[in-house]
Design a protein around this ligand. Structure first.
Ligand SMILES: [Zn+2]
Ligand SMILES: [Zn+2]
Length: 416
């Protein structure tokens, strides 16, 4: 009989993997707090209508990538494909627009997309994201982008490129779409099937399409595909000025768009060379109409999300890997299993003091216990035998420095 296996596009994170994950999660949380963002957690399942109304009906996510099912009340439930819509829903549902207005939130958790699994893309993947809701200030755009760049660097990602663009306001987008349709109309037959079918409803999808032919056509358009009104141009200039003022380099010449309907004005992607030219580690932008479209007041907002799996790939040899190597805690080696009755309370006292402590219950040899301590990457081994317990002493071997010394047992327990 074969053993059950994890579904394709999902993965188990074993303790060996989690050392790096833990380092990245701690770094991203600390960075978000440094910029004044507070954590929010929303459910993994949501009403499908939330994503139809926000992400958009003609997007890849909604058309092809959502995991959905009917519940017993015949409602369509989806496993959340992204974080922004859910955070905005929670913001409105809990009246944060009335009680605090401006809110800076971050999240960390699994997202789900029914994509064909391939390198760097998973059906269950994890994102860290921030959402700053309740302001249209260009300084906020610069803050969110700076947080994105600094956070990736702190996690060990290097060779980063920040692509920056402005998609303009809704009336700019109507004008840009019209112009883009005129420019692409002669080449319509060369576009992929998806882009052809979205030609009339959502022409910007061409700019975000992964199909090489569509990508090439988009690049062949000279200049930005987005026409900006005076206000949007000023906003974009202010964002660029603010980024220059804090020394954050960007490329504002690339032709790209974010493929979700809710984006307006500033959009950005952060790419890492380790992942190749096309895949972003983090991406985001402004969504100045989403709060209103989900039933709230007209409030500006901006956010981004970073893929943790991709970040770990981009930081393969970086700081995130380094932290995993650190040794911590004590392995209490017992010379004879008959002594467990006296040793177990000592281990429990260490744990009570906040020290990570492990021991062997299987009566293995001291040599085998030392090997186990090394495998668990303990910092020291405390060896206890009949003699030590009678004398109230302990032999402590430091696995990092290789030194060994004998201490009074109580002193060791109190200071380990
Ligand atoms: Zn505009
Ligand atoms: Zn296409």
């Amino acid at each position: 009989m074969t053993s059950p296996q994890a579904l394709r596009g999902t993965s188990d994170l074993l303790p060996g993997d989690l050392a790096r994950w833990d380092a990245v999660e701690r770094t991203t949380r600390a960075m978000a707090r440094r910029y004044g963002y507070q954590e929010i957690r929303t459910p993994v399942i949501e009403d499908a209508a939330l994503f139809l109304r926000s992400v958009g009906e003609t997007t890849n996510i909604v058309q092809k990538e959502m995991f959905s099912f009917q519940d017993r009340g015949e409602r369509t439930i989806v496993l959340r494909p992204e974080g922004t819509a859910a955070v905005v829903r929670a913001y409105l549902e809990h009246n944060l627009h009335k009680t605090q207005g401006f809110a800076k939130l971050f999240y960390l958790g699994p997202m789900f997309r029914a994509e064909r699994p391939q390198a760097g893309r998973f059906r269950q993947f994890h994102q860290f994201g921030v959402e700053a809701i309740g302001s249209s200030s260009p300084w906020l755009d610069a803050e969110v982008i700076a947080l994105g760049v600094e956070m990736l660097k702190c996690c060990g990602a290097s060779d980063l490129t920040l692509l920056l663009s402005s998609m303009g306001c809704r009336s700019d987008q109507a004008a840009s779409a019209k112009q883009l349709r005129t420019r692409l109309a002669p080449h319509r037959a060369k576009l992929c099937k998806d882009c052809q079918s979205r030609f009339d409803k959502n022409i910007f999808r061409v700019l975000d399409c992964k199909n090489p032919a569509c990508h090439q056509l988009a690049w062949d358009i000279k200049g930005s595909p987005f026409i900006l009104c005076a206000d949007c141009r000023r906003h974009f200039d202010d964002v660029r000025r603010a980024l220059r003022a804090v020394g954050i380099a960007f490329d504002d010449t690339a032709v790209f768009a974010r493929g979700l309907d809710y984006y307006t004005r500033t959009v950005f992607e952060i790419r890492a060379r380790a992942l190749g030219a096309k895949d972003a580690v983090a991406a985001g932008g402004r969504y100045d109409h989403l709060i209103e479209e989900l039933g709230g007041p007209p409030l500006g907002a901006i956010g981004f999300a970073a893929g943790i799996e991709r970040l770990l790939m981009a930081a393969a040899d970086g700081a995130a890997a380094g932290e995993a190597a650190q040794r911590t805690g004590v392995y209490v080696a017992v010379a004879d299993p008959a002594l467990l009755g006296r040793v177990f309370p000592i281990v429990q006292r260490l744990r009570g003091r906040g020290v990570a402590a492990s021991l062997d219950y299987e009566g293995r040899s001291l040599k085998a216990q030392l090997r186990e301590a090394d495998r668990l990457r303990c910092r020291s081994v405390a060896i206890l035998g009949e003699q030590e317990l009678t004398d109230r002493t302990v032999t402590v071997k430091d696995l990092e420095q290789g030194s060994q010394r004998t201490l009074a047992l109580d002193q060791f327990v109190e200071t380990a």
